[in-house]
Design a protein around this ligand. Structure first.
Ligand code: PLP
Length: 452
């Protein structure tokens, strides 16, 4: 062992250093101790020996350990509903509503006209029901919860008829057969993987039937020799049999995106109009609001779900309700929603405008990255419009000698972190998901990652 290494201080000695001891007012003792131990360990492994300033080194390691783990990032991947990056960014109006309700007291469960207890379920209710064209609506914590609640309250202890083509996995261990079982209902498969007919459902109906369920195949498409009954036909069959028809449409599309080339995803109002007793969907996919699970349907069906004890366990919090109410209010004017709900704005972004932003980013990128433009496509993400490719203009960067993956890593470790695409050993930026006002941050992130 060399002399420098033998001369390394003990952790105890480091903790007596005034600069390091001062860190104890900013971080828990065990964090400072762990950082000091790491500093010594690093010095032992490093050929260059101990750091110039132990206090600086430990301060840096403490800072790394106590930085929040949930942090904002810049999304240059072009995946609009990026599930790992928090799905839908909120509209300004929703952010303001959250801030106002979060910072003070609110009417969460308070009726101002009587000065008595009000109901949390009343927020969003009329707006959501109105926009969905439904008799009533309820908001819970997320769409998986909405499905569990719908099944438990309507079909606990009974059979639920579902097509073999819809026994799907949505991601994150959310599997329809497991959810069904957990809700206390029994799975009754009908039809085949590729073709299920109305007669298959009819043949399976019986005294044990608790509900008919259809689930949108969110993250894949079936093509070729396939068949699925229309929702209206299933609704009619369910009504005839006296059982509820539950329809999980997934993404919560309220807007009409067909003029922008996006079709094939079920719209909430259409599913309600087709006659489903309950339509279930997410708040933070195509709806563009906060994480939430929405149930819209007939008054009886919604109230039955609302009365279930599970509804209390799955209830939405005040921040969610504030954000959702403000987001839904934007939909009263569809054009306003298209422009102000970030998800809709990004999905309907004009190709020429994207090309202009790409050119600005290219022109401002550090010269060492030799930025060029090329046509490419963005993805919707979140399991919605799973096959759609949205034309965009990409900024392609030639990475430094560390390679594209190494450069992408440095970008992720920056502040704020920048998440990019890597293809053919190049780093690609898609302006579609870089929010307005974030271009400066992106350029700074590129320069900072080059410097290190
Ligand atoms: C995404 C999705 C869900 C789950 O929604 P969460 O809001 O993530 O809980 C359920 N069903 C379908 C069809 C979906 O696409």
């Amino acid at each position: 062992m060399s002399d420098t290494r033998r001369a390394l201080p003990s952790v105890d000695k480091l903790l007596r250093d005034p600069g390091i001891a001062a860190l104890l007012t900013r971080a828990p003792r065990n964090v400072v101790v762990a950082a000091a131990r790491e500093a010594v360990e690093r010095a032992r492994r490093r050929r260059a020996g101990p750091p110039e300033d132990w206090a600086d080194e430990v301060r840096e390691l403490v800072a790394r350990r106590i930085q929040p783990s949930l942090r904002p990032v810049l999304n240059a991947t072009g995946v609009v509903l990026h599930t790992n990056l928090g799905r839908a960014p909120l509209a300004d109006a929703a952010v303001r509503a959250v801030g106002a309700v979060a910072a003070g007291y609110s009417t969460l469960e308070y009726d101002l006209s009587t000065g008595a207890r009000g109901s949390r379920a009343d927020h969003c209710r009329a707006l959501l029901a109105g926009l969905a064209g439904a008799g009533d609506a309820l908001v819970v914590n997320n769409a998986a919860g909405a499905l569990v609640l719908a099944l438990a309250s309507h079909a606990r202890g009974r059979e639920v008829l579902i097509s073999r083509g819809e026994l799907i996995e949505i991601g994150g261990a959310f599997r329809i057969p497991d959810i069904l079982e957990r809700s206390g209902a029994t799975l009754r498969e009908v039809g085949t993987t590729n073709r299920t007919h109305l007669e298959d459902y009819r043949g399976a109906l019986g005294p044990e039937t608790g509900a008919i369920l259809t689930v949108h195949r969110s993250n894949f498409e079936q093509r070729g020799f396939v068949a699925t009954p229309e929702p209206a036909a299933l609704a009619a069959l369910a009504r005839e049999a006296g059982v509820p028809y539950l329809h999980d449409v997934g993404s919560g599309l309220l807007a009409d995106l067909a003029p922008w080339g996006l079709s094939g995803e079920p719209r909430v109002p259409d599913a309600v109009a087709a006659g489903a007793d309950l339509v279930l969907f997410s708040g933070d996919k195509l709806l563009g609001g906060p994480q939430a699970g929405c149930l819209a349907g007939t008054r009886d069906a919604v109230q039955r779900a609302a009365r279930d004890p599970l509804a209390r366990a799955l209830r939405a919090d005040k921040l969610t309700l504030a954000a959702l109410e403000a987001t839904l209010a934007l939909y009263l004017d569809p054009e306003r929603a298209r422009v102000e709900v970030p998800v809709l704005r990004m999905l309907t972004a004009d190709a020429a405008a994207l090309a202009r932003r790409a050119e600005e980013l290219r022109a401002r990128s550090p010269a060492a990255l030799a930025a060029t433009l090329e046509p490419g496509s963005s993805a919707v993400g979140g399991g919605a419009f799973s096959e759609a490719l949205l034309p965009t203009t990409l900024v392609a960067l030639a990475p430094p000698p560390t390679g594209a993956h190494g450069f992408a890593l440095r970008l992720r470790l920056g502040e704020p972190p920048l998440v990019v695409r890597v293809a053919d050993d190049r780093v690609l930026l898609d302006p579609r998901t870089i929010l307005p006002g974030q271009d400066d941050d992106v350029i700074r992130a590129l320069a900072a990652a080059l410097e290190e």
